[in-house]
Ligand binder design. Structure first.
Ligand code: FAD
Length: 459
């Protein structure tokens, strides 16, 4: 089978590449290969009754399939260059913001119109943060919510399905250069294309490494973020979340001058398990639907760890820490902040008596046996710093779930067109190491599709 453009991965990066190609070069023959299922076929077996925790399915319905890792996410599209990736370093700050705004317009025209856009601009809370040694990062955030995010994806799929060939449950095993472009090898056969966009996200990171090794594409890997997910009564952060929804607050620790930051805030949300390559870590969701809202808010506190020579396996370091929590707790561990401060484990009884009701059934335990001291000290310092802008944060009953790890894909060497050293082979989204978010991954897809469409229209 021959195509003008092959896309590997149907996450936001792949979807927005395909969408843009159909808009800008409708004559192009495009195919998407996705190792997971269509959106309607993505079902995690955890039902809370018969199956309570991750059973390590061969293909994870949460991470793989149409919509990628973002399909069941909270659908927070942050429009900013301050976090979420370094796309601006390749394409310029203005262009990056324009593309993220364009992605937002597509989301709103495909079902997201009624959702709210929050902004930090001109917010008095920023001053309060500075006065307490905290920095609030600038951003606008469209909060689709898990439910509307799903509707938007459904609408995008319905629009694309007759214009693009989708190959689901079709992992690409190998990519080879041919005379005209690239050949993809799959169990369903070989597929050729003049151009190829790889957008395999974080779950495809190991495969991406093998592609880079085979095609001799240089890479670099040096960062991992490690921490916990905090769960508190929603009222404690209400004055912040009602105005900003998602606030990214950064704190520089006094002891080690490490950067600790809040990440992925879910007002009135739930804490969930996440499975990355068989390792269970923690994450969070929230819903637009008032019926699904809880009385708690959760967010991550992460410490950024940068490694220098000779150590190169930053993700391996994060994985091993997460493995330790899996070893001790059989999955995610939960601990009361008061227990952590008193140097004792949380027990089932203490969790049952806690005033903050956990939204995830995790194993009560001791996070100090899992997290390195430097990271734990940073998190504790940050909790006390946040207590000054949100009194109650450092209460004994605040729940900490561990561990949360933010893995960063190795960075693939790319030029300003997000093209590898091989002409016509592009790497976008989280799999490139350039982006770490829905809006940046989607924007990178639009950017590359514009370049490919323009070449096609000129030819
Ligand atoms: C629970 C959760 C919540 C999140 N919430 C948010 C949020 O609110 N806001 C935000 O900005 N970000 C969020 N993120 C991160 C966000 O989902 C990612 O940044 C984004 O999905 C990256 O898009 P992508 O297209 O690069 O990769 P992905 O979404 O990971 O998609 C890659 C796709 O490629 C497929 N694939 C992998 N290897 C192969 C192969 N060999 N052959 C064929 N297909 C392959 C995978 O199955 C996957 O479907 C969340 C992530 C998770 C897990």
């Amino acid at each position: 089978m021959n195509y003008d453009c092959l896309i590997v991965g149907a996450g936001p990066g792949g979807i927005f590449s395909a969408y843009e190609l159909t808009q800008k070069a409708p004559g192009m023959k495009v195919a998407i290969f996705e190792l997971g299922s269509p959106l309607s076929g993505r079902h995690c077996p955890i039902d809370g009754e018969k199956i309570k925790s991750c059973i390590g399915c061969k293909t994870c319905a949460i991470m793989n399939g149409f919509g990628g890792a973002g399909a069941f996410s909270d659908g927070k599209y942050n429009i900013t260059n301050d976090f979420g990736g370094s796309l601006y370093e390749y394409i310029g700050r203005r262009r990056a913001i324009e593309l993220m705004e364009y992605v937002d317009s597509i989301n709103t025209s495909h079902g997201g119109a009624g959702t709210k856009m929050y902004s930090t601009a001109g917010n008095s809370f920023k001053t309060k943060c500075i006065q307490n040694k905290l920095t609030l990062l600038d951003a606008s955030v469209r909060h689709l919510g898990t439910d509307i995010n799903y509707v938007v994806l459904e609408n995008l799929y319905n629009e694309l399905k007759d214009k693009v060939d989708f190959y689901f449950n079709t992992p690409v095993e190998k990519i080879k250069k041919n005379e005209h472009g690239y050949t993809l090898f799959t169990k369903k056969g070989e597929f050729c294309g003049d151009k190829c966009i790889i957008s395999v996200g974080r779950s495809g990171s190991k495969w991406m490494e093998s592609v880079c090794a085979d095609l001799d594409i240089p890479t670099n890997s040096s960062r991992v973020d490690i921490g916990v997910r905090v769960e508190i009564p929603a009222v404690i952060f209400e004055h912040i979340t009602s105005e900003l929804y998602e606030s990214k607050i950064v704190y520089r620790t006094e002891k080690f001058e490490d950067r600790v930051r809040t990440f992925c805030m879910n007002p009135h949300g739930i804490v969930v398990n996440e499975n990355t390559n068989g390792i269970v870590t923690v994450n969070g969701h929230s819903f637009e639907d008032p019926e699904k809202k809880t009385e708690n808010t959760n967010f991550a506190l992460l410490v950024a760890k940068h490694f220098s020579e000779p150590f190169k396996d930053s993700n391996g370091y994060g994985e091993n820490i997460a493995r330790l929590s899996n070893m001790l707790g059989g999955g995610v561990i939960v601990q009361r902040f008061g227990d952590l401060e008193r140097g004792r484990r949380s027990t089932r009884q203490r969790i049952e008596e806690n005033t903050v009701r956990p939204t995830l059934s995790a194993t009560p335990g001791d996070l100090s046996l899992v997290l390195p001291k430097r990271i734990l000290d940073g998190i504790i310092e940050m909790i006390y710093a946040l207590d000054k802008i949100a009194p109650g944060m450092a209460n004994d009953d605040t729940l900490l779930y561990g561990v949360e790890v933010k893995f960063y894909n190795m960075e693939v060497e790319l030029d300003e067109n997000l093209q590898t050293r091989h002409e016509g082979l592009y790497v976008i989204g989280d799999g490139s190491g350039v982006t770490h978010s829905l809006s940046h991954a989607s924007a990178s897809g639009v950017y590359v599709a514009d370049i490919i469409a323009s070449d096609f229209n000129k030819a």
